[in-house]
Design a protein around this ligand. Sequence first.
Ligand code: LLP
Length: 414
Amino acid sequence: MSAFEYVDGELCAEGVSLAEIAKRHGTPCYVYSRRMLAGAYREFDGAFEGVPHLVCYAMKANSSLAIVDLFARLGSGFDIVSGGELARMVAAGADPRKAVFSGVGKSDAEMEAALAAGILCFNVESASELIHLAAVARRMGVRAPVSFRVNPDVDPLTHPYVSTGLKESKFGVAFADAPALYRRAAAMPSISIRGIDMHIGSQITELGPYREGAGKLLGLVDVLAAEGIVLSHIDFGGGLGIRYRDESPVAVGDYARMLRGLVGGRRETLLFEPGRRLVGEAGVLLTRVRFVKPQAARNFAVVDAAMNDLLRPSLYEAWHAIDPVRPRHIDPGLWDIVGPVCESGDFLGHDRMLALEEGDLLAVRAAGAYAMSMSSNYNARPRACEVLVDGEEAHLIRRRETLAELHAQEARLP
Ligand code: LLP
């Protein structure tokens, strides 16, 4: 159940009023619910109870330290995609031995840092990467644990920018090339083969693509086993969608049942890399209406959050629900909710039926995933603060960036 509910005509996060948070910390501000974060993790993890498995939260969705720490305390592993994310998980106190390292372009330095930290596995995405990784591991006198991310060529039926499992995609190695790559890796003394991996896309709302991808992946596991290449884990990636508008997301229970059925009595540990599903609905972006600008052609409500705080509408034409924190009982109108950034593409929502006045607070829903983590300083805007609500308590987990911090790394010519 959502932790963002109206109590006495006012939108709250668990037991805390959003208006109170805005008053204390200002806007724009991301607000998260601990109950929803923990609930989403437990639901996912619990669905695989009884089978050896590890949930590796894809921290790119939201890598704020308090959130990484929260998942780590629940026992989560992590899917990381950079040395920066590795450093973040270590800073949050998470165990790098539960990390899988994905991504098509890992640098030698990132490989070295991950080997030194003793991560669980590298999800290798090309022959070139394998060669580099083997060389780095050899220099360090260690063996690099490896999975190949295989591209099963299935259509995840989602936005083209977040489809990754089609054969045209830059991600993964071609299905047909995988056996030869495994053979090659098996002959490398500084490589230790551990598993196999896929990730077919994001915001997936149907089971079919998973069934097809997982079926192909398991077929490959059998082909490898017949050659004597035995794996200790199978990583099904992430991608489970959430409800932004009227989508019917796949129930985690159905996803788990389907995969458990396909996996049958296999003994490999199952790995998962959910991102959005664990954090997306657990956050809102709180913003205040600065000006109302009714015009002949369109009505604009200019709010203090912008595309630099939530890029998804501008980048993917993503739809996020926008709700008033204190609904007014006046006639509603159709509003475009736009930010102060100097781009026509700077909008949070178009044609929203809302009863609005200057100074009103709005909550942009499902802003827990790919919001703060994709934020920028465009237009020299400091990044917003973050608050994590736990019952009756609201904890500031990231203070608002200061203007001084925006130029702290820069230098002028002498
Ligand atoms: N594993 C890998 C290898 C990934 O590349 C991703 C996401 C995930 C797991 C987690 O996917 P999720 O469960 O969150 O769907 N910025 C876009 C989403 C990009 C996803 C990139 N990769 C958005 O805002 O919709």
